[in-house]
Design a binder for this molecule. Structure first.
Ligand SMILES: [Zn+2]
Ligand SMILES: [Zn+2]
Length: 329
């Protein structure tokens, strides 16, 4: 345990797991357990070390409360009870030693964080069972992460249904019209009323039909370059854009926000897919998993163990049925 369960009707999957320990002290400050990489900019170079470096800019660590782990067991199930062990990886890229909101970090630091994410995604992708690596950021002001802004990088042994469905739509567009929905938006929105900013590599736009309050999309202009293959120049460009997007969204809404990265699957040919980012108000990691992956993290109190809940509901039914039986007699 824990295991992943896939719902046969909706796009959602669920996992029964605690997200954090509820500890009031920061668990990441000075943490040396579970270090994967330590990154530091020295002159024009980025120094990567696998050893603890007291003077770090960005750290890649194992999530102290992983949702997925190679050692997790669990049941494999088919048919209406589709399930699998929550095997995979769950890592955090801690961007900076200070407790600051994401948009207050320097562009340089954000670029180092994005670079670390590229390296981490490449490492996780090379593991045999991993088929999808997801990435998301919370702004570090929210209800359960008032500490360091961090990218959450999750390696999964399945492609979430919410991603598969989006890929299907892209594939249809590709097959039927030899086109791509993101390329079409980039073309149609350039210099239009919903364009916020455009650089050589990215365009920042408001969606035509937003799915969430204050949603902003950051779209790569080039179709066929996965996030992991962005050059240093493109990463620097993206770092500035994400900082300004976060800052603008925070200024307008006064609320926490997150960035969902809709990335290509790592081992499947997905030339038709065009990755992009969505920035919107959100204030905890649980909601971000739901928004970005369609993954529901069940609270411990709402265990998927059916028996106690079914008992309560059955009693409620029985009570009513008894009452109406008495009435009609
Ligand atoms: Zn801290
Ligand atoms: Zn495209």
């Amino acid at each position: 345990m824990p295991e992943i369960r896939h719902d046969q009707l909706s796009d959602f999957s669920s996992i029964d797991q605690q997200l954090n320990s509820g500890a009031s002290e920061c668990e990441l400050c000075g943490r040396s357990n579970g270090l994967i990489l330590s990154i530091k900019k020295v002159g024009n170079y980025i120094k990567i070390s696998k050893e603890e470096d007291a003077d770090w800019d960005v750290k890649v660590i194992k999530n102290p409360h992983p949702l997925f782990d190679e050692n997790f067991s669990g049941e494999w199930g088919e048919g209406p009870f589709k399930s699998e062990p929550a095997k995979g990886t769950d890592e955090l890229i801690v961007i900076g030693a200070a407790h600051l909101p994401f948009h207050n970090l320097s562009v340089q630091l954000i670029a180092e964080g994005l670079y670390a994410a590229q390296e981490d995604i490449k490492m996780i992708s090379s593991r045999s069972r991993i088929t999808y690596v997801s990435m998301a950021l919370n702004s570090a002001l929210g209800t359960d992460h008032s500490d360091h802004p961090a990218f959450s990088i999750t390696g999964l042994t399945f492609i979430p249904r919410s991603i598969i469905n989006e890929m299907r739509a892209f594939k249809d567009e590709y097959d039927n019209r030899a086109s791509c929905p993101v390329c079409e938006i980039v073309k149609a929105e350039t210099n239009g009323p919903r364009q916020i900013y455009r650089s050589d590599n990215f365009i920042v736009v408001l969606p035509w039909s937003p799915a969430r309050d204050n949603e902003i999309r950051v779209l790569p202009i080039l179709h066929s370059k996965p996030f992991q293959k962005l050059t240093q120049k493109e990463i620097d460009d993206l770092a500035l854009i994400l900082k300004l997007t976060g800052s603008a969204l925070y200024k307008k809404s006064g609320k926490d926000y997150g960035i969902a990265f809709r990335l290509n699957p790592v081992k499947r040919s997905s030339l038709f897919y065009h990755w992009y980012m969505s920035v919107f108000n959100i204030n905890n990691a649980r909601d971000m998993y739901r928004e970005n992956l369609g993954l529901i993290i069940m609270e411990k109190s709402q265990s998927r163990d059916a028996e106690p809940m079914a008992k309560v509901f059955r009693e409620s039914f029985t009570e009513y049925v008894k009452m109406s039986t008495v009435k009609h007699d």
